[in-house]
Design a binder for this molecule. Sequence first.
Ligand SMILES: Cc1cc2nc3c(=O)[nH]c(=O)nc-3n(C[C@H](O)[C@H](O)[C@H](O)COP(=O)(O)O)c2cc1C
Length: 225
Amino acid sequence: MSDAVDPDRHRPLEHALGRHTDYGAEQLVEADLAADPIEQFARWLAEADERGVYEPNAMVLGTIDPDGIPSARTVLLRGVDGRGFTFYTDHGSRKGRALHAHPAATLVFPWYPLHRQVIVTGEARPVPPEESDAYWAGRPRGSRIAGAASEQSHPIASREALDDRFAEMEQRFAHVEDVPRPERWGGFRLVPQRIEFWQGRTSRRHDRLVFTRADDGWSLERLQP
Ligand SMILES: Cc1cc2nc3c(=O)[nH]c(=O)nc-3n(C[C@H](O)[C@H](O)[C@H](O)COP(=O)(O)O)c2cc1C
């Protein structure tokens, strides 16, 4: 019997796919929102952390490849302020090449245990090299060695070949305090044009409040769930 028609094998999967979770009594109303969406985001991020969300600064970054194909992956938010949302990566990676071709990008913060989601859309540009230097200097030594050894998203022949590259880098920098930042490694800052706050509620009556950048600040709109 093939896997596709074995009911026993698929019972747990049906359980996972068939849920109708009640998202509870929390709500998001205009009167409780900060006037500035970055301030509102900071409040929700702090709450996600306090309420025990695993990796609360993890976000799914969606980009457009040079050939127009979308792609997405998780990265960690490392800074947020009035200038935007900052993350660090290899600029030669798939996402790096995508952003250099098409700066338009989106970030999704999936805070499922809180029945919350934030979606940020805007353009992501490289941060100044001094900023990447400062962040690089604060990374653990092992992460710096790995960053120097790995040309992210490029194919490699085998695990052994990768281990050899790591060993070579460890040897190269064994007696040196500083592991220099590879030029290809650094930050991007996404400057938001739109920030949506989503709060799940009972019976799919979810709250969706969207800030859009306007000439004199931000405009606010409520969307149907
Ligand atoms: C929780 C988590 C956090 C991650 N954080 C980062 C990050 O901050 N920067 C990064 O380059 N990759 C990070 N990754 C790895 C990326 O998801 C991805 O595999 C890698 O960046 C290559 O993506 P690309 O080929 O689309 O460029 C993280 C993965 C996970 C699961």
